[in-house]
Design a protein around this ligand. Structure first.
Ligand SMILES: NC(=O)c1ccc[n+]([C@@H]2O[C@H](COP(=O)([O-])OP(=O)(O)OC[C@H]3O[C@@H](n4cnc5c(N)ncnc54)[C@H](OP(=O)(O)O)[C@@H]3O)[C@@H](O)[C@H]2O)c1
Length: 391
């Protein structure tokens, strides 16, 4: 039996003896603050796992959906459950699941906010979310759940941008990659997604040139970057162009509001693949969440969003640079999902060659703490992932 995905927040949990009581941090309506209430206990579909969630991580996406309402996720039906990053123990498996058994420790990407799902049962911010087998990975016994949970959306978004043929189409990661002789530009290597892009590109056999604040230079080098530049420096763009004079570009992947325009300016001057995979638009949504944001904040942001995108597309086309936005969950329906969650990540986490990065910043220990954790993420972090553990 599967409970309808968007059962209202006050629906009593399934009382069947073998189904545990569930609870979720619901977003009751557009723009509303999260509220913790009972949630239906939903049985897995054939290819799904029910996970007893022990830790969730916060991504910008979570508060962006909350503050923007329906600009990009207009398909969501409320009440619903946000969140993408899950880590815990498997408590039930669907009929066709072969890689996991009850009791296994896993991390997983929850995709309940995707347009083809719109399923509250698949949101991460609950005690028993559903996760697709294809988007789950075993967690080594020695790795705490709060470490493992930093990975799902970050590793998925990085993988979509680097490996999908529609984006950079790079060689997939492996344990002992042959060097390709090519270099990837990761703008924003100290972001959560960037930390994974650096590691995945290196595991594909590519050299990585990246950017970060000076305080994070050692951090991105430890992830495998060969050269790092301060993105706040006025000479960052010419310095990186200079660094690429004797390198062949495999493409660029861009994180951070200033990243897209900078990458286009660099890539057009490089030898190799002139393509930029973009994780975010060139405007910040952060102010939309401020209490004093003013009535015109939204139309102003919309105007800047449209204007900056037109300027970006124009600059790219004029200089023969390919440009494409990443949607970090598209790997669920293509070969990249399998390449990461089945073929690469399990062994790489087990042998320690892949780091759960960035480090978790644990700021709460129950569903009640998730809203404050989202507010904290919106105020900005540096090479850290905001995490809430669950009892
Ligand atoms: N398209 C998708 O599906 C998708 C999925 C996930 C995330 N995203 C987007 O990707 C971006 C990164 O997400 P995240 O979770 O990785 O972010 P995050 O970890 O919260 O980002 C924090 C980091 O951003 C860096 N930073 C700030 N401004 C920057 C700039 N102008 N250039 C380069 N780095 C900058 C800071 O580096 P320093 O501390 O070193 O200064 C800091 O470490 C966000 O905009 C997010 O919305 C998109």
């Amino acid at each position: 039996m599967t409970t309808p995905a968007n059962t209202p927040a006050n629906t009593p949990a399934n009382s069947s003896a073998d189904v545990p009581a569930n609870a979720a941090a619901w977003i009751p309506a557009k723009h509303a603050r999260l509220e913790v209430r009972p949630a239906p206990s939903t049985r897995p579909g054939p290819d799904q796992l029910v996970v007893r969630n022990r830790a969730v991580a916060i991504n910008p996406l979570d508060w962006i959906i909350q503050v923007e309402g329906s600009l990009t996720y207009g398909w969501l039906r409320y009440p619903t459950v946000l969140g993408t990053d899950v880590a815990g123990e498997v408590v039930e498996v669907g009929a066709e699941v072969t890689r996991f058994r009850v009791g296994d420790r896993v991390l997983g990407l929850a995709v309940g906010t995707d347009k083809d799902r719109t399923s509250a049962a698949e949101g991460a911010f609950q005690l028993y979310p559903l996760v697709s087998e294809k988007l789950a990975c075993p967690v080594p016994d020695a790795m705490p759940f709060e470490d493992a949970v930093v990975l799902p959306l970050a590793v998925s978004t990085a993988a979509c941008g680097l490996f999908q043929p529609s984006h950079l189409g790079l060689r997939h990661p492996s344990a002992n990659p042959e060097p390709t002789g090519e270099t990837v530009l990761v703008w924003g290597g100290s972001t959560s997604v960037g930390s994974n892009a650096v590691q995945l590109a290196v595991a594909g056999g590519y050299e990585v040139v990246t950017t970060a604040s000076p305080r994070n230079f050692d951090y991105v080098r430890a992830l495998g970057a060969s050269a790092v530049f301060d993105y706040t420096s006025p000479t960052a763009v010419p310095d990186i162009i200079e660094a690429f004079q004797d390198r062949t570009l495999a493409g660029a992947i861009a994180f951070g509001t200033t990243s897209a325009a900078s990458c286009v300016r660099i890539v057009r001057k490089c030898r190799g693949k002139k393509f930029v995979a973009l994780a975010n638009p060139p405007v910040s949504f952060e102010r939309l969440g401020a209490p004093d944001r003013g009535r015109l904040a939204f139309p102003r942001l919309l105007a800047r969003l449209i204007g900056s995108n037109i300027a970006l597309q124009f600059a790219a086309r004029t200089h023969g640079v390919g440009l494409k936005y990443i949607f970090g969950t598209t790997l669920k329906t293509n070969e990249v999902g399998t390449a990461i969650y089945r073929d690469f990540l399990p062994a790489a986490l087990a042998d320690g060659s892949y780091l759960a990065a960035p480090k978790p910043m644990v700021v709460g220990k129950s569903l009640d703490d998730i809203q404050a954790a989202m507010d904290l993420q919106r105020n900005g972090v540096s090479a850290a992932k905001v995490v809430v553990t669950l009892p």
